[in-house]
Design a protein. Sequence first.
Length: 149
Amino acid sequence: MNASVALVALAVVSLAVAGRQASDRPVTTVNPEQRILAGGVAPPVVTIKAVNPYAGDQASAEQGKALFRMMNCEGCHSIGGEGSWAPSVITRRWRYGGTDAAVFETIFYGRPRGMPAYGGILPPEATWKLVTFLRSLPPPKAVPTQSWQ
């Protein structure tokens, strides 16, 4: 009986968490002093869509590829996204979450210790196209590490 109750409780918690991740949400806790601001411009507060509006669109992925090069993402993440001194973006291992919305947030608002916030110089539409490009990259055949831990 206890196992059944625990299983039901786990299912309820899982659904609650999944529901939270699936809704659009504004980000209001970004502290510009904790971020490197690309171009020195702080990103505006925007509502992050739960679903990438360009998901699967090849033309948007190509535009995202061009942005990846123009914004010098290759300088840190390497030409194919496999990573150099910054993490790989193709292994599907994400320190701050791997949903499209979490990847958008990482690009737009940056992350502590290195990832610049590009939202001050790139509009949300361009950021979504970068996410679309990253999703279009094939994962490597072998992943050299087991985890971030």
